[in-house]
Design a protein around this ligand. Structure first.
Ligand code: PA5
Length: 448
């Protein structure tokens, strides 16, 4: 089954879709003609046709070797260099994937996406004296967070296996020719994989960037690519009403036009929490520029109905909700009968938990729509490798169209540099000395 989109509860009028149609079809054409801003970063668009098959085979072989040589893989990267792999692994194996170890996969822990020493030490403790390998993923090789984490894990590997042993356990995914990590990998003899030049971080999870950790963790990456390929074909249709990726773009655009500023991606499966993280980067880094864009947040229901649910129901009316609904659960658990019935739940005895989840979703949808939070539903049949690849492509394509519709370059991220410049100056990085005194004076003023 392919992805289903239901936008009936957004309250859109027929004429709104009609008036927006030319703009959407123009954005679609701009994308497919490769004539828009950032067109040089469209390597993801035909990726399921054009990906490097020789490298794909090497990724599978490396994953197998990691599974043979280690119990743990530490995947080191930040932003686009880790979010997709983490989302994929939890999508398919659930939040306890590392404990349950499925399909021969190793435990995969993600490091290099923060500067917390406690976090790194926790991973050291989890590894203990078990065997581990490292996949360092950075196009530039100089991004601070992964660079710090790589130094720490490389030192641990060298301490445990010696320099020679360590190099057989380090896999570097980086620029094909340039960059600090490429230089190091060549000098040290690590096996390397490529971050393609024409694919930005947030579109890179179905390149070696995401595929190696996913495969090492036991995902079926052939199925992932098949799902991506089928979506790539399906969303080639230039007619708005026959292309759900375009309809989702139009829905988001119209919500923005109607004063909605926040899109909540809401799911009812804890397996989708990390998918929400991936989605937030994709949307925020692509559209949030030139003082425009929808602010993406994610929520996991029913959990979050007991926290931010109040706001969604009744707070500022600047939100709309995209529900990512999974039709079938992997396991069918039935609510048991309890003679004491102290919780009054015997009326539901014999019902499956999943059907209760579905009633919660439907009840919430009605309540939120009635409360003034428009709602659209994206449905998939189950959490599978195939569906992960399909959904990733659906969101990529839709976002690229909506980005062009609001008139931004969806493929750059100039704003990400601002905090880095300040941090480097405060850390005293060579080249940033001039800014240091002024920044420290301002901090004194602001923070005391
Ligand atoms: O989407 C992006 O471009 C970013 O999130 C990058 O992926 C992130 O900053 C990591 O960069 P690099 O791979 O150079 O370490």
């Amino acid at each position: 089954m392919s992805i289903k989109l239901n936008y009936k509860n957004l309250g859109l009028r027929e004429h709104e879709l009609e008036f927006t149609r030319p703009l959407a079809e123009c954005a679609f054409k701009t994308l497919t003609d490769r004539s828009g801003a950032g067109h040089e970063m469209l390597g993801w668009h035909d990726l399921p046709h054009t990906y490097d098959k020789e490298e794909f085979a090497r990724i599978k072989a490396a994953a197998k070797r990691i599974q043979e040589q280690s119990q743990v893989l530490v995947a080191i990267g930040i932003g686009g260099s880790y979010l997709g792999a983490r989302a994929g692994l939890e999508f398919v194996h659930g939040p306890f994937g590392n404990q349950l170890r499925q399909n021969g996969g190793v435990e995969v822990y993600f490091a290099g996406s923060n500067l917390s020493s406690d976090y790194v030490q926790n991973i050291f403790d989890i590894i203990g004296d078990r065997d581990f390998s490292v996949n360092v993923i950075s196009k530039s090789g100089t991004t601070t967070e992964p660079a710090v984490a790589f130094r720490l894990f490389k030192a641990k590997l060298e301490e445990k296996y010696g320099k020679d042993g360590a190099k057989d356990r380090i896999y570097a995914t980086t620029d094909k020719a340039r960059g600090a990590l490429r230089g190091l990998a060549v000098a040290e003899g690590y096996e390397t994989f490529v971050v393609p030049d024409d694919i930005g971080g947030r579109f890179s999870c179905l390149s070696a960037v995401g595929l190696l950790p996913m495969a090492a963790g036991g995902m079926d990456i052939d199925q992932v690519m098949q799902g991506c390929l089928d979506a790539c074909e399906r969303y080639k249709n230039p007619d708005l009403m026959s292309n759900d990726a375009m309809l989702y773009a139009v829905s988001r655009f119209l919500m923005l036009m109607k004063g909605k500023q926040v899109e909540i991606l809401a799911s009812y499966e804890p397996s989708l929490v990390q998918f929400g993280e991936w989605y937030k980067q994709l949307m925020a880094e692509s559209e949030g520029k030139d003082h425009k864009g929808l602010f993406p947040v994610s929520a996991n229901f029913t959990t979050d109905l007991h926290s931010i649910g109040q706001f969604i129901q009744d707070g500022s009316r600047n939100l709309f909700e995209t529900v990512l609904w999974v039709e079938k659960s992997r396991q069918e658990l039935i609510v048991p009968e309890d003679p004491a019935n102290v919780d009054g739940l015997n009326f539901a005895a014999g019902t499956s938990m999943h059907s209760m989840n579905e009633k919660a979703m439907k009840g919430t949808l009605l309540a939120h729509v009635d409360g003034g939070t428009p709602n659209l539903v994206v449905t998939i049949d189950k959490l599978s490798d195939y569906n992960f690849g399909e959904l990733v492509y659906f969101f990529w394509k839709s976002l690229a169209i909506s980005g062009y519709m609001i008139g931004v370059n969806p493929f750059d991220q100039p704003g990400v540099e601002a905090y880095k410049k300040n941090m480097f100056a405060l850390l005293g990085k060579p080249g940033y000395e001039d800014a240091k005194d002024a920044l420290e004076a301002r901090l004194k003023e602001l923070l005391g």
